[in-house]
Design a protein around this ligand. Structure first.
Ligand SMILES: [Zn+2]
Length: 326
């Protein structure tokens, strides 16, 4: 009886060992997926420590006396967005165009002698905004990368997450009202104001950059829903220069929003003969009716805008109000 019990015990042990071995093999086999999931989780965590360090608590009053220039390059990356902003030694990049523009973008940054970024902003996870951002992250040191709290299953997004991980950095989640310094300029997060949207475009990080008395609004692809949220919260969206949302599509630049921004100049980052048929008649007519000069990368190529804190100048003449679609 005792012997039979021992044999039974032995086979129980073997079964348990078998189960443990099976689980072990399953874990090893799926190691890559687990690592990636963990990376995604870590990379999208709010980095509250970093965020607190970067908050400029000195004073919220507008400083009007500044030295030197603020230089903004709305880079011609075809159908997409990429904007280089420099003040003194401080440098920031908003978006990195499509993966197709990689060589052009990296060549441009090299020609402009960029050596590191204080800030990189990925406005939202669409390919025309983060396509080459992983290459930028791989090629340059940076202090802070801001990215909205939204994930995507695309290879493009995965590449960006892995590039950020490889630099041992984490995404900083934008918090509306937070202010950051960029040399003598400063910028404030204006959107997103909700945590869940139907359209990925509405997750776009919107910032307002202030240099002396000049102000610049960068809206990513934020659509009319995000625009109305900013207006509902009485956020001051007024700005001298507006980078139009979503490449001049009808889904952005609602009349209320445009009137509240009341820009002196508008910039559209859009590809020549793009398949989305941006910009649209609706948007271009609004700008024309309000007599806002418009600079567009499909007509002017890369647009450089310079502010001395009082005056704003562009390196090119304004473009036309031509549109591709209703
Ligand atoms: Zn876009």
């Amino acid at each position: 009886m005792a012997r039979r019990k021992k044999i039974k015990n032995n086979s129980t042990v073997q079964v348990i060992i078998g189960i443990i071995a099976f689980i072990f093999i399953m874990i090893i086999g799926n190691n890559h997926d687990l690592d990636l999931l963990e990376s995604l989780k870590q990379a999208t965590e709010v980095d509250s420590l970093e965020k607190v360090e970067n908050v400029d608590n000195t004073d919220k009053q507008t400083t009007t006396s500044v030295n030197g220039n603020l230089i903004i390059d709305y880079i011609d990356v075809g159908q997409g967005d990429s904007i280089l902003i420099r003040q003194g030694e401080a440098t920031m990049l908003i978006d990195g165009g499509t993966s197709e523009c990689k060589d052009d973008l990296l060549d441009f940054l090299e020609a402009e002698k960029v050596d590191k970024f204080e800030y990189i902003i990925g406005t939202h996870p669409h390919e025309d905004h983060i396509g080459s951002l992983d290459d930028v992250v791989n090629s340059y040191d940076f202090d802070t990368i801001l990215f909205p709290k939204v994930t995507s299953t695309t290879k493009t997004f995965e590449n960006l997450v892995l590039a950020v991980q490889n630099k041992e950095k984490k995404f900083t989640t934008p918090v509306v009202g937070t202010e950051y310094s960029l040399g003598e300029a400063k910028f404030e997060i204006l959107a997103p104001n909700s945590s869940k949207y139907t359209s990925t475009n509405d997750y776009s990080i919107v910032i307002k950059l202030t240099y002396g008395k000049n102000t610049f609004l960068f809206t990513g692809d934020a659509e009319s829903l995000s625009e109305s949220e900013m207006l509902d919260k009485n956020i001051d969206v007024s700005a001298d220069v507006l980078k139009l949302g979503h490449h001049g599509s009808t889904t952005s630049t609602s009349m209320n929003f445009l009137e509240a921004v009341s820009p002196k100049y508008a910039v559209i980052s859009v590809g020549k003969d793009n398949s989305y048929k941006h910009p649209t008649k609706t948007t271009m007519n609004k700008l024309e009716d309000m007599e806002v000069p418009v600079y567009r990368t499909d007509e002017q190529g890369t647009i450089e805008c310079i502010s001395d804190g009082l005056n704003i100048t562009f390196n090119v003449e304004p473009g036309t109000y031509a549109y591709m679609n209703e």
